[in-house]
Design a protein around this ligand. Structure first.
Ligand code: DI6
Ligand code: FE
Length: 386
């Protein structure tokens, strides 16, 4: 699919030629060059073929879950009471530190399988529940190991600047833990991008800027959880550093949208967290459209604010909660999701890109966003292989 007036670039009766894992040709079947006509073929009976999906924002490597807190809240306990009793993000940090690499991997693989079953061929995985050097590196090693266990690509994001662990303050933590851990993780080849949580309850812009300066010095791209719960300038900071993505962005302004457009930063829309925490401020989708900021859509799959294991449901929520169009939602989990990960070799059906494809039992692309809890995947092709 390419950009076109229908928003999808649909080609009726199309053929796709795959050579050595890459797309060698795409177009109407009747135009198939003679040179390709004797290749072995697979007929998909007129089914819709899209780029395989990309979940560009997940925290699927983590210990334990927080269903108990969900239940406690619904039985009248406040978020604060739960946090004081050792719950919240601290409980996930405790569980993640306690788990060995094999256990963390075993816990993550069913989540990976759920995303593969929905046509995903590439996922991003963040650290951020270790909050000390050893545990942050452990999370990233597990994220890397996923690729050895499953037919999927994994891009890692170093997110030690996710929360301030007990017994220290944010500045000390950034200097003594986060930055040394970044150097160690990078030295081990574990970091594809550097992320942070810029929020009143986490890190301010000056603290994130220190982490981003280190990332830049190491030649690593940056991205940021920005303006999720309040407006404290994370989006402008992300734009200033030429971030590949600014994520959540519920409280971003029209000026922020302008800044993102200028820096070529992707806005990553995460409706699962909005839904789970009963947020009421929707991201400025129209401002992003007006300014030409490309939007991606992802699950934010994490045990606290977004226990959402469905990228198709994320697309549905982006449409219903934020009035994104089905074409925008599909671009958000393909073309723009690739850009949010700094990838230029996937996310579209175009000659020269990876043959990562999803084949669907639907009549129109809008059906992918329309269904709730429905997974109409017929087949997935990963790097040219079924
Ligand atoms: N934003 C969120 O909503 C989550 N992290 C983040 O940066 C919360 C993570 C959690 O509650 O475990
Ligand atoms: Fe997140």
């Amino acid at each position: 699919m390419v950009s076109s007036p229908d928003g999808y670039g649909l080609i009726a009766d199309a053929a796709i030629v795959i050579e050595r894992g890459l797309i060698a040709w795409v177009g109407p079947s009747i135009d198939l060059p003679a040179a390709y006509q004797d290749l072995p073929t697979q007929d998909y009976d007129g089914r819709l073929v899209t780029p395989a999906l990309i979940d560009c924002h997940t925290h699927i490597v983590h210990g334990g879950n927080r269903a108990n807190e969900f239940e406690m809240r619904l039985n009248g306990k406040s978020y604060e009471e739960i946090a004081r009793a050792g719950g919240g993000i601290v409980s996930t940090v405790t569980a993640t530190r306690a788990a060995g690499e094999a256990q963390l991997l075993a816990d993550a693989l069913p989540r990976v399988d759920a995303l593969i079953a929905q046509g995903a061929a590439c996922i991003e995985v963040k650290s951020g529940y270790g909050l000390n050097l050893e545990a942050e590196l452990k999370m990233l090693r597990v994220a890397r190991a996923i690729e050895t266990q499953r037919p999927i690509r994994v891009k890692t994001s170093f997110l030690a600047a996710h929360a301030v662990p007990a017994g220290t303050d944010a500045d000390t933590y950034i200097d003594r833990v986060c930055i040394p851990a970044l150097h160690a993780a990078h030295a081990e080849g574990l970091v594809d991008a550097v992320d942070g949580f810029c929020e009143g309850i986490a890190f301010n812009t000056a603290q994130i800027a220190r982490v981003f300066d280190e990332a830049k010095a190491l030649g690593l791209p940056v991205k940021l959880h920005a303006e999720q719960l309040s407006h404290i300038g994370g989006t402008a900071l992300a734009a200033k550093y030429g971030a590949i993505s600014a994520d959540h962005v519920e409280y971003a302004t029209a000026d922020d949208a302008k800044a993102l457009a200028q820096s070529g930063t992707i806005a990553v829309i995460l409706p699962g967290a909005f839904y789970t925490i009963h947020e009421t401020q929707a991201p400025p989708v129209q401002a992003f459209r007006d300014q030409g900021v490309p939007m991606a859509v992802a699950t934010d799959w994490n045990p606290g604010s977004s226990p959402l294991g469905s990228i198709l449901l994320a697309m549905n929520m982006a449409c219903t909660l934020f009035r994104m169009t089905p074409a925008e939602a599909l671009a958000g989990t393909t073309r723009n999701a690739a850009k949010a990960l700094g990838l230029a070799d996937c996310g579209e059906i175009r000659v020269g890109l990876r043959a990562d494809l999803a084949i669907w039992d639907v009549g129109t692309p809008a059906e992918l966003s329309y269904g709730i809890g429905i997974t109409p995947l017929h087949a997935r092709i990963f790097g040219g292989a079924k």
